[in-house]
Design a protein around this ligand. Structure first.
Ligand SMILES: Cc1cc2nc3c(=O)[nH]c(=O)nc-3n(C[C@H](O)[C@H](O)[C@H](O)COP(=O)(O)OP(=O)(O)OC[C@H]3O[C@@H](n4cnc5c(N)ncnc54)[C@H](O)[C@@H]3O)c2cc1C
Length: 421
């Protein structure tokens, strides 16, 4: 089989790239093939919170999050495919008692404004209007992004893959890329569980499995898989939603009506990133549950082999999740647990992805290492990688930020950073 572009991995990155590359080329002249070894969403993407925030420290990331949010928001209208886009707003709150986090909040709000993001710095009174029942001290402040929200991760991947297919790309699940044959700094053939593929260029978007696949071709990249845990609590029932009242402060008055029109169940409250207590929470209304995860990687064990993921979540993590959630949002007291799940993040030393040509391999590109915050960026990543492959100016992101070789010029890899916050 001969293709112009082979994409390895059916996560949000692989599918977004497949759609963007297929959009830019003639599918007969320049065939695009995506191979996924299991099913779409079998990696990090299928377990993602898929929160779309624009709260970042670095301006290039704010710009990507802003542009990708617009793309997600208009996706259903432009393609007719539903991705569960939910504009419930995102609140990131901090207390002056955690000085570093508080200063970060103030700085990020300024940077977001400079980048054209609609964001309001709100005080505790406004916070209580936005989320009645929330427990905050009088000096708590938050960044309120009324236009942000979340998507349904699995429906998004399926929709990206369907879009790629409709543009002539081939998306195949159950086929694993097992090796890359290298000669004179180029991949000459790709070995798969379904036989060899002759690909002119290869994009490796294999999430936590990327490092091992490229290592088999003699390339070592600074990628590390870790194991974050998530805990789920029942979302307050409809009658309590208004008691919690998270929707009342949303940007337009007919918020409920808009959800009803879109056929999406309404979340009980906005997404909350709590910098004071180090967690985030977002409602998953279709599953009638609310997710809680940590805002750093401190508890997450390194996974030498991503296939050896232990699915069980520690009782300690579940206890902590309930405690921080209930302290902030007492409406959750008494709500039953709705399970827990472990997953994978793929870290880089500076918590930003590696996107670009693999050093030492002319026709191989890596797109991995999103460090637990990539879902919201996928539309910009897809577009930018398509521009990169076409040799066009890259307008969708700043390639230097993600250059795979950037650590060499910094005197090596120092592991730091969290979620790009
Ligand atoms: C619990 C959790 C919560 C998150 N919350 C958010 C959030 O709220 N907002 C946000 O922006 N981001 C979030 N993220 C991060 C985001 O989900 C990831 O950055 C993103 O999903 C990474 O996508 P990916 O396509 O790079 O990798 P993956 O989704 O891991 O996809 C890689 C795919 O490659 C396949 N594969 C691997 N090896 C091979 C091979 N050899 N041959 C063929 N196929 C192969 C795998 O089966 C897998 O499907 C979260 C992540 C997790 C785990």
């Amino acid at each position: 089989m001969r293709v112009r572009t082979l994409i390895v991995g059916g996560g949000v990155m692989g599918t977004a790239i497949a759609a963007a590359v297929a959009r830019g080329g003639d599918p007969l002249e320049e065939p695009v093939l995506l191979l996924e070894r299991r099913a779409l969403g079998a990696g990090s993407s299928g377990r993602s919170g898929a929160i779309l925030r624009q709260f970042y420290s670095d301006r290039p990331l704010i710009g990507m999050a802003r542009d990708s949010l617009r793309s997600y928001a208009s996706f259903e209208f432009s393609t007719g495919r539903a991705i569960g886009f939910t504009r419930c707003g995102v609140l990131t709150l901090a207390s002056p008692r955690s000085k570093a986090a508080f200063e970060l909040l103030l700085r990020n709000v300024e940077s977001m404004r400079d980048c054209g993001v609609e964001v309001e710095l709100v005080d505790s009174d406004r916070l209580r209007e936005l989320v009645p029942g929330i427990e905050v001290a009088s000096d708590t402040r938050a960044a309120w992004e009324p236009k942000s929200g979340f998507v349904d991760p699995q429906r998004t991947l399926e929709a990206f893959a369907a879009t790629a297919r409709s543009l002539g790309a081939t998306v195949r699940c159950g086929v694993e890329v097992t090796g890359l044959q290298v000669r004179a700094g180029r991949v000459t053939s790709v070995e798969t569980s379904d036989g060899p593929v002759d690909a002119q260029r290869v994009v490796v978007a294999a999430g936590p499995w990327t490092r091992a696949l490229l290592a088999r071709a003699g390339i070592e990249l600074p990628l590390r898989a870790i194991r974050p845990e998530q805990h789920f609590v029942a979302m307050p029932p409809a009658r309590d939603v208004h008691a919690l009242g998270g929707l009342s402060g949303a940007p337009d008055a007919d918020f409920d009506a808009r959800f009803a029109r879109a056929g999406e169940p309404a979340p009980a409250h906005p997404v909350l990133l709590d910098l004071e207590h180090g967690y985030y929470t977002r409602c998953e209304p279709r599953l009638e549950r609310t997710r809680v995860g940590a805002l750093d990687y401190a508890r997450d064990a390194t996974l030498a082999d991503p296939d050896a993921l232990d699915e069980r979540v520690s009782a300690e993590f579940s206890r902590w999740s309930r405690e921080v959630l209930e302290r902030r949002l007492p409406v959750y007291r008494g709500e039953p647990d709705r399970g827990a799940q472990a997953a994978w993040y793929t870290l880089t030393p500076d918590a930003q992805a590696l996107i670009g040509r693999v050093p030492g391999l002319d026709n191989v590109y890596v797109v991995a290492g999103f460090s637990g915050h990539g879902f919201k960026l996928a539309p910009s990543v897809g577009e930018g990688v398509a521009q990169m492959l076409a040799g066009a100016p890259i307008g969708a992101f700043e390639p230097e930020v993600f250059a795979p070789e950037r650590f060499a010029s910094r005197g090596g890899a120092v592991w730091s950073g969290a979620f790009g916050l």
